[in-house]
Design a protein around this ligand. Structure first.
Ligand code: 5GP
Ligand code: MG
Ligand code: MG
Length: 187
């Protein structure tokens, strides 16, 4: 059966996502064009893979891209407070401006852990570009580094969403839109 039949409601369509990514890319391009040292995009795997791919293709200067993985051993729909870095960067970020790209910021634990790590590796600034933000669920503030900026695509209501890179138990990442599952599929 098609995965589309598992979706109860679409929150952001493919077209809405694409238009918003273009706007974010325009802002990032304007803010970082000509910045010295040159910025680096760091995506948080796996959830951010589609957003990173779309975003960087809309940035008009050459920019290095790397990925980092952070895992927390919580339930399938909520992270716990102690994520670990389980896969580290290949690119040296010492004295560089990092644009950290995330799918969604929920409690903030994952991003806080990753930012601390990037800071310890000598990043001169860390900006955050998250496609979705659920500020109502924040438990720890996201502390940017240096002159870092915060960009977000959309504010997300308090639902567990899937698609556009985001999973439920590793499924649905390849949905081209963002939606919520029918209750019988959150099992
Ligand atoms: P946090 O550490 O901020 O609580 O959660 C961050 C990570 O949990 C996100 O990067 C994402 O992987 C996952 N997450 C948080 N909320 C959602 C959601 O609504 N849907 C999905 N699929 N993942 C989420
Ligand atoms: Mg993520
Ligand atoms: Mg996940």
């Amino acid at each position: 059966m098609s995965m589309h039949s598992h979706i109860e409601r679409i929150l952001w369509s493919e077209g809405q996502i694409s238009r918003r990514v273009s706007e974010l890319a325009a802002k990032v391009s304007a803010d970082f064009a000509g910045s010295s040292p040159a910025p680096i995009v760091v995506g948080v795997a796996t959830g951010a893979f589609l957003f990173v791919a779309d975003l960087v293709r809309k940035i008009d200067f050459s920019i290095p891209v790397d990925f980092i993985r952070a895992e927390s051993y919580g339930s399938r729909t909520e992270s716990n407070g102690a994520p670990i870095i389980s896969f580290d960067l290949k690119v040296d970020i010492n004295a560089r401006h990092v644009i950290l790209v995330e799918d969604i910021v929920d409690t903030g634990h994952t991003l806080s852990r990753v930012i601390k790590h990037l800071k310890s590796k000598g990043a001169s600034s860390v900006s955050v570009c998250t496609f979705l933000d659920k500020p109502s669920r924040r438990k720890v503030d996201v502390q940017l580094v240096g002159e870092g900026k915060f960009y977000r695509g959309f504010e997300c209501p308090d639902y567990f969403v899937v698609g556009y890179g985001m999973d439920f138990a590793e499924h649905y990442r390849n949905l081209p839109y963002i939606g919520i599952l029918k209750p019988e599929h959150y099992k």
